[in-house]
Design a protein around this ligand. Structure first.
Ligand code: AMP
Length: 193
């Protein structure tokens, strides 16, 4: 069996991360771990944590590091994550989360952190067209603002550690997919991993 591949994908909400993650799953067999999907799942099944998260998500705010780190820690301990690897989507979103992730991974570090780069005007238009429950005008604006405030520093944190690869995501889906594959292949083949 081939070695597990460990990736994180970044991008503003609406940058096409979900779509590109599906391609990564198909191409590399990794588990797609989306904290947004996991939280929406908890909301849908009406768990206590889901009820708590719902309010925060509806306001476009971030769920506490404590809750989200706990969810991710559990998920990354599952068999698929340790054997085939994973692509993390929507996590880490704060420096605190990035530090905990590094601690969780220990001696099985990330191969690459990819930033799927799509301009602000384009993602705003895409999200308005998408019409998800939390895609209200205020919700969109709040999430994009938070992305700059909280998540941009996380990208810089990974860049300082030599892990960040930026992929231009403002192109047709298949073009973006092949750019992404190129970036991931280069990271997997790099001598450090
Ligand atoms: P997403 O689908 O990634 O846009 O996530 C939807 C919502 O879930 C976000 O607006 C946050 O409220 C919450 N969320 C998802 N991932 C995280 C995270 N890593 N840290 C805090 N909140 C999160």
């Amino acid at each position: 069996m081939s070695n597990p591949i460990r990736l994180v994908i970044f991008g503003r909400q609406g940058a096409g991360k979900g779509t590109q993650c599906a391609h990564l799953v198909e191409r590399y067999g990794v588990a797609h771990i989306s904290t947004g999907d996991m939280l929406r799942g908890a909301v849908a099944s009406g768990t206590e944590m889901g009820l708590l998260a719902k309010k925060v998500m509806d306001a476009g705010d971030l769920v506490s590091d404590e809750i989200i780190n706990g969810i991710v820690r559990e998920r990354l301990a599952q068999d698929d994550a340790t054997t085939v690897g994973f692509v993390l989507d929507g996590y880490p979103r704060t420096i605190g989360q990035a530090e905990v992730l590094t601690e969780i991974l220990g001696d099985r570090p990330l191969h690459a952190v990819v930033d799927l780069d799509v301009p602000l005007e384009e993602v705003t238009a895409r999200m308005k067209a998408r019409g998800r429950a939390d895609d209200t005008e205020d919700g969109i604006a709040r999430r994009l603002e938070l992305y700059e405030q909280e998540t941009r520093p996380v990208l810089n944190w990974f860049a300082e550690r030599g892990l960040l690869v930026t992929v231009d995501g403002f192109e047709d889906e298949d073009v973006v997919t092949s750019r992404l594959e190129e970036a991931v292949n280069a990271a997997i083949e790099a001598p450090c991993c």
